[in-house]
Design a protein around this ligand. Structure first.
Ligand SMILES: C[S@@+](CC[C@H](N)C(=O)[O-])C[C@H]1O[C@@H](n2cnc3c(N)ncnc32)[C@H](O)[C@@H]1O
Length: 279
């Protein structure tokens, strides 16, 4: 079915629920979920999953069942994308909801938008609250203070990526490092010592890093574990941990572009914002 705009009848809108179970759903995401002919969702938390389901009863479907113990995540993602696209191709206004921000460290959501557009369907993604935005708030750090690099932990481990130690580093998916499958009872963390060794080539062993897990339920506190880099092991890493590495030095001024008054932005009072607030 092709409309007057030349676009086909089905459509896709991808939304995120935020990280907290309550309070981070945007008004436009709720409206998109409510108004869809078909609502597909991948939300692991049972309370949030039930809340999402009741936004569009009778037209919703959880895709969580596509995950399988030991099944490669790439296969799961492909199945999810094709399930979502099957409703778009059937001419339905389809909403695909995932937790967090749908475009942050999330392959199937981007792929669904790409595939829908390439097939001539209107598709878009709405922004939402990601784990990183919770981290900035709950650790009390500002990515604008010194800059901030953000890497997926497994990707960082296996690729040669130079780190700028004058800027902060956020490593995602440290709780699943080296493991491309899915395991309900926790991931295989046998690659974690390799990550510690690799970071140890750049930072001193006593540089304090933070394992962070956002509070997701009302009344709960975030789990923030400061630990010396050399002591990072399985005991401090949880499946949903994100690692925050504060800068270990101040950036050198660029002699080619001297500041007229001698003080570059980032010097002086702005620097403390890269240090984690005490809790
Ligand atoms: C597949 S990514 C999904 C990220 C999500 N789309 C977002 O917007 O935050 C999963 C990773 O996000 C981070 N993450 C998810 N939930 C978190 C939480 N409650 N606290 C801290 N980090 C979290 C962890 O690094 C985890 O391994």
């Amino acid at each position: 079915m092709v409309g007057m705009s030349g676009m086909k009848g089905g459509s896709l809108i991808v939304v995120g629920t935020g990280i907290r179970v309550v309070g981070q759903l945007t008004v436009e995401s709720i409206a998109s979920m409510r108004g869809a002919d078909r609502l597909l969702h991948v939300v692991q938390d049972p309370l949030l999953s039930a809340m999402v389901a009741q936004l569009n009863p009778g037209r919703e479907e959880s895709l969580v069942g596509f995950y399988g113990d030991g099944k490669p995540r790439a296969q799961t993602y492909e199945e999810m994308v094709e399930r979502v696209l099957s409703f778009v191709r059937a001419g339905m206004a389809t909403c695909y909801a995932v937790y967090g921000h749908p475009g942050v460290f999330a392959y199937p959501t981007h792929e669904a938008v790409r595939r829908a557009r390439s097939e001539g369907y209107p598709a878009r993604m709405l922004p939402a609250v990601s784990a990183e935005y919770c981290l900035f708030a709950e650790l009390g750090v500002d990515p604008g203070a010194c800059g901030c690099q953000s890497y997926e932990a497994t990707d960082f481990l296996y690729r040669a990526r130079p780190l700028d130690t004058s800027a902060a580093v956020i490593l995602w998916q440290v709780g699943a490092i080296g493991d491309l499958g899915f395991h309900r009872d926790g991931f295989d963390l046998s690659a974690l010592p390799l990550l510690v060794e690799k970071l140890g080539r750049t930072y001193p062993a006593d540089h304090v890093v933070y394992l962070y897990e956002a509070a997701t339920h009302p009344g709960a506190e975030p789990v923030i574990t400061p630990v010396r880099l050399g002591s990072v092991d399985k005991s401090v890493v949880r499946p949903m941990s994100t690692m925050y590495i504060p800068p270990s030095r101040t950036a050198d001024p660029d002699p080619q572009y001297p500041w007229r008054d001698g003080a570059a932005p980032g010097d002086g009072p702005r620097h403390p914002a890269a240090r984690v607030m005490s809790h």
